[in-house]
Design a protein. Structure first.
Length: 361
């Protein structure tokens, strides 16, 4: 990875929401009719966009894909949810069905190492709109989000609400089913934080210690595989406490779910837009990514689902009611830390195998 460095959010500081996360970014922004978008010259072209489904992908469709269709005449087909095994199988087959894919920063690192992506064409993508820390030669950062401790506000109200990851493991004080992401990513960090490891001492992860801690709640846990499922578990009250992404909690709360989240030791991460190697619509895919860098479009996503933009200009258009739900707001960012993409680049595959074996044991 040439730019940004693997742990691309380290060294964040500053007094305001914008400078705290995005200080120093190039602020050049072009209107939707910029040359990279072109006119309606892609009429008849179909671009397949794959993301994570549910409310997040709905927000991306409205904020990114529909403006792109209007500007270029292309058609954008939605697919997903993003699945690592499916992504790899497409590349191995030599003709991927997907053209633009929303991936996690950890998978970006792994995919670069394994040669899964096309390089970003800077003649078609205006990378100067995006904070330099989120610009990689193989991917463009689109959102900053966090893993948070969530809880049912009816079951646990006021001072009785859980606050730290240690509370997730306290079956006596916080009884009932809990939920975890069905991956080692975040789950191992959460277990170690709950066991008393400080955020700045996490990496490299003490994997044996983490799995031992997870043993304590394994029998009481429901593991979610999609972000939409994590929301539904709280909506249906199948769980009373667990792990969720901040934007998904916001969306569920706006729809009436009795859900609250804690910001203590929130785990922050970045999603990137990539083009799979061998895309049949490479140029159109790059131009769709360019649409996704526009400030107004990123602000629309943030206002719909409370994920932070990577274009600094977008913060000017974010609703005040959304700000407290953003992991990059001044109060929230200082209570969290950034997941190490470098660690997961080097350990994702073997630890995924170990995670699967642990669940079956």
């Amino acid at each position: 990875m040439t730019s940004p460095p693997p742990n691309c959010l380290t060294g964040i500081d500053g007094p305001t929401r914008r400078t705290m996360l995005l200080g120093g970014a190039g602020l050049a922004a072009l209107p939707l009719t910029a040359w990279a978008q072109g006119g309606s010259d892609l009429k008849g072209t179909t671009v397949v966009f794959a993301s994570w489904g549910g409310a997040y992908q709905d927000a991306e469709r409205v904020s990114y894909c529909e403006p792109f269709e209007k500007a270029t005449g292309a058609k954008v087909v939605q697919d997903g949810p993003m699945n690592v095994a499916k992504f790899r199988a497409m590349i191995a087959g030599g003709s991927p069905d997907w053209d633009v894919v929303d991936v996690t920063g950890g998978f970006l690192e792994v995919g670069i190492k394994d040669g899964l992506f096309e390089k970003i064409d800077t003649k078609l993508v205006t990378t100067s709109r995006i904070d330099p820390r989120f610009v990689n030669e193989y991917g463009i950062g689109c959102i900053v989000w966090s893993y948070n401790l969530a809880f049912n506000t009816t079951t646990f109200a006021g001072d009785a609400a859980p606050k730290t990851w240690a509370d997730l493991f306290d079956l006596k004080k916080f009884p009932g089913k809990r939920t975890l992401l069905d991956q080692p990513v975040s789950s191992l960090e959460i277990a170690l934080l709950a066991d008393g490891v400080a955020p700045d001492k996490l990496y490299p992860l003490d994997v044996d210690r983490a799995f031992k801690k997870l043993d304590a709640i394994k029998a009481q846990s429901i593991f979610w595989t999609t972000n939409s499922q994590s929301q539904q578990l709280f909506v249906d009250r199948e769980v009373s406490i667990g792990v969720i992404l901040n934007g998904r909690a916001y969306d569920a709360a706006q729809k009436g779910a009795k859900i609250g989240i804690s910001w203590e030791q929130n785990i922050q991460a970045v999603d990137y837009l990539v083009v799979p190697r061998g895309s049949r619509n490479r140029n159109a895919a790059m131009r769709l990514i360019d649409t996704m860098t526009l400030a107004d479009n990123q602000a629309k996503v943030a206002n719909l689902i409370a994920y932070s933009p990577t274009n600094p200009e977008a913060f000017k258009s974010i609703d005040a009611k959304v700000e407290p739900w953003l992991c990059t707001s001044p109060e929230n960012i200082k209570r969290g830390f950034v997941m190490s993409q470098a660690f997961w680049r080097d350990n994702l595959n073997p630890l995924t195998e170990r995670w699967t074996a642990w669940k079956l044991s």
